[in-house]
Design a protein around this ligand. Structure first.
Ligand code: GLN
Length: 490
C-alpha cells in the first residue's frame, strides 16, 4: 500500500470519495510509513490507535453520506498545538508529560472536517529556532540529502517535523506555526508548500504562545492546492482569541489555477544579503520570468526598512516570549523541580525545564523590557515595526503581491550553525518582515540547487488577500514543474 502515501491530499480525498480505498486503508499506510521513518525523528508522539479509530469513524460518516471536507485524511499536528487527551509539550522539558483537557481551535477545525491525526510533530522548543535543533526531543533530520553526500541536514525550523513529515510522505499535510518564518523556511528546505496567513486568520487559541503579536498558524502541504484545502479548514473567526479576525473564510482552493493575467507583482530590491548563493538570485529571476509569461506585470519596488526587520524582530519576539513564558513556573503544568522555598522551586524548575535558546530569549526579552532600556530597545523596535508595515503599504500602491526568495540558503548541515546564534537568526531575514506587518506570505518549491537540494520562492500579499497568493503560487508551481522527491534512505 506504499503508493497511498505518495498521493497528494487532493488525490487522496478524490480516492476516498470514489471509494477507491477506505480511510482505514489510507491511514494504515501512513501509520506504517511513520513507523518506518523513525530515523527522521519527525514525530515526537505517534498515535496510531487514535488514528485508526478516527479513520473508522470517518469511513462510517462517509457511508452515511456525511463526509466533511477533509474526511479520512491523515495529518500530523505540530506539538505546539494542544490536543485533547494527547500529550502536548511544545518540545520543551518544562511541559513534561502535559496532557491538555482541551483542543486547539485550529486542530478542532481540522477534526470537525474529518481529518485523522497520526501524531504530534517535532519542532524547536517553543518554536524558537530555525533548524529544529533546540527541540528537547533532538533534531529532525531532513529527508533530503545533497547529491553524493550522507551528511544529515536540517529540515529547517521551527516546524521541521511538519515539513519533514510532509516531504517524506508520512502524512498528507501538517499543521505548523510561523512567528518569524517557521512555516516558510522549513517548507523551502524540504520542497514543500507552506503558507503563513494574515495575522488573525487562524485562531491562536490552544497554541502555546511564543510571541503573541507575531504567532500565526498555517499548513505545510505537498502542493499549493493541498495548502489551500487545509487553510480553508483551519481558518475562521474564533471568539476565544481576541485577535482572531471576524471575517469569512473563502474557499481558498478556488483560487488555485485561476489566471494571474494582469496582476502586478513587485520585486523588492532589498531582498538580497551578502553571501546569498547566486543560484537563489537566479531562481528568483526565473520566478519573475514565469510570472511575466503567465501575464503578470512585473514592477520594481523598494522596501527601504527591510534591513531593520531582523533586529526589530529579535527584540519584539523575545520581549513577548519572556512575558508569555513566565507562566511556566512548576506550579501549573508539567515539570516541577524541588527547592527549599517557592522562589527556589521556580528557579530550579525553570533552570531544568528550559533549553539554552529559550533561556537566551527570556534573558534578551527581560533586558529589552526593563526600566531604562525599554525606550532604547522595545519602543524603538515597535517604531521600526510601524515603518516596515508602512513600506508594504506604499508598495501596494504599485503592485498586488511581491515575489522574493524564501530563505538566503538551502538546507544546511545539522550542527553547522548551532554555535553561532546570529548566523542562525539570519535564516529569517526574508521572512520576519511579514510577521512584523501581519501580512500573508507563502513559500513554493521552485527548483533545486547544484547539490540537488530544494529552494523556495516566497509570495507576499496584502492583508486578507491569501486568494491572490494561492493564484500566483499555483502559477509558480505550474511553471516550475517541481516534481523532485527526497530519495528514501531511512
Ligand atoms: N527562526 C525564528 C525564531 O527563532 C522564527 C521562529 C518561528 O517562526 N517560530 O524566532
Amino acid at each position: 500500500m506504499a503508493s497511498l502515501t505518495s498521493l497528494t491530499l487532493k488525490g487522496a480525498l478524490d480516492g476516498l470519495a470514489s471509494g477507491a480505498f477506505s480511510a482505514v486503508e489510507l491511514t494504515q499506510a501512513h501509520v506504517e510509513a511513520v513507523e518506518a521513518a523513525r530515523p527522521l525523528n519527525a514525530f515526537v508522539l505517534e498515535t496510531p490507535e487514535k488514528a485508526l479509530e478516527m479513520a473508522r469513524a470517518s469511513d462510517s460518516r462517509r457511508a452515511r453520506g456525511e463526509a466533511g471536507r477533509l474526511d479520512g485524511a491523515p495529518l500530523g499536528i505540530k506539538d505546539l498545538f494542544c490536543t485533547e487527551g494527547v500529550r502536548s509539550t511544545a518540545c520543551s522539558k518544562i511541559l513534561g508529560d502535559f496532557v491538555p483537557t482541551y483542543e486547539s481551535t485550529v486542530s478542532a477545525n481540522l477534526f470537525r472536517d474529518g481529518a485523522v491525526m497520526l501524531g504530534k510533530l517535532n519542532m524547536d522548543e517553543f518554536a524558537m529556532g530555525s533548524s529544529n535543533e533546540t527541540s528537547a526531543f533532538g533534531a529532525v533530520v531532513n529527508p533530503w540529502r545533497a547529491a553524493g553526500s550522507n551528511q544529515a541536514l536540517t529540515p529547517g525550523g521551527s516546524s521541521g517535523g511538519s515539513a519533514a513529515a510532509v516531504a517524506a510522505d508520512l502524512c498528507l499535510g501538517a499543521t505548523a506555526t510561523d512567528t518569524g518564518g517557521s512555516i516558510r523556511q522549513p517548507a523551502a528546505f524540504t520542497g514543500t508548500v507552506g503558507i503563513k496567513p494574515t495575522y488573525g486568520r487562524c485562531s491562536r487559541w490552544g497554541v502555546a504562545a511564543f510571541a503573541s503579536s507575531l504567532d500565526q498558524a498555517g499548513p505545510i502541504a505537498k502542493t499549493v492546492e493541498d495548502a489551500a484545502i487545509l487553510l480553508t479548514s483551519m481558518a475562521g473567526h474564533d471568539p476565544k482569541d481576541s485577535t482572531s479576525l471576524p471575517v469569512e473564510t473563502p474557499d481558498f482552493a478556488a483560487f488555485v489555477g485561476k489566471s494571474v493575467k494582469g496582476l502586478r507583482v513587485g520585486v523588492p530590491k532589498e531582498y538580497r544579503v551578502d553571501g546569498m548563493p547566486p543560484e537563489i538570485e537566479q531562481l528568483w529571476a526565473k520566478g519573475v520570468e514565469w510570472l511575466r509569461d503567465a501575464g503578470c506585470e512585473i514592477v520594481e519596488v523598494s522596501l527601504p526598512h527591510t534591513k531593520y526587520a531582523l533586529p526589530a524582530y529579535y527584540i519584539v519576539a523575545p520581549a513577548e516570549a519572556s512575558s508569555n513564558l513566565a507562566r511556566y513556573d512548576g506550579m501549573r503544568y508539567g515539570l516541577r523541580a524541588d527547592g527549599a522555598n517557592l522562589t527556589e522551586v521556580y528557579e530550579n524548575t525553570r533552570a531544568a525545564g528550559f533549553g539554552d535558546e529559550v533561556k537566551r530569549r527570556i534573558l534578551i526579552g527581560t533586558y529589552v523590557l526593563s526600566a531604562g532600556y525599554y525606550d532604547a530597545y522595545y519602543l524603538k523596535a515597535q517604531k521600526v515595526r510601524r515603518r516596515i508595515a508602512d513600506d508594504f503599504d506604499r508598495a501596494w500602491e504599485s503592485c498586488d503581491a511581491l515575489l522574493t526568495p524564501t530563505a538566503p540558503s538551502a538546507a544546511f548541515g545539522l550542527g553547522e550553525r548551532q554555535a553561532d546564534p546570529i548566523a542562525m537568526y539570519l535564516n529569517d531575514v526574508f521572512t520576519v518582515t511579514t510577521n512584523l506587518a501581519g501580512l500573508p506570505s507563502m513559500s513554493v518549491p521552485a527548483g533545486l540547487d547544484a547539490g540537488g537540494l530544494p529552494l523556495g520562492l516566497q509570495l507576499i500579499g496584502k492583508a486578507l488577500d491569501e486568494g491572490t497568493l494561492f493564484s500566483l503560487a499555483g502559477a509558480v508551481e505550474r511553471a516550475a514543474g517541481f516534481r523532485a522527491k527526497a530519495q528514501r534512505w531511512w
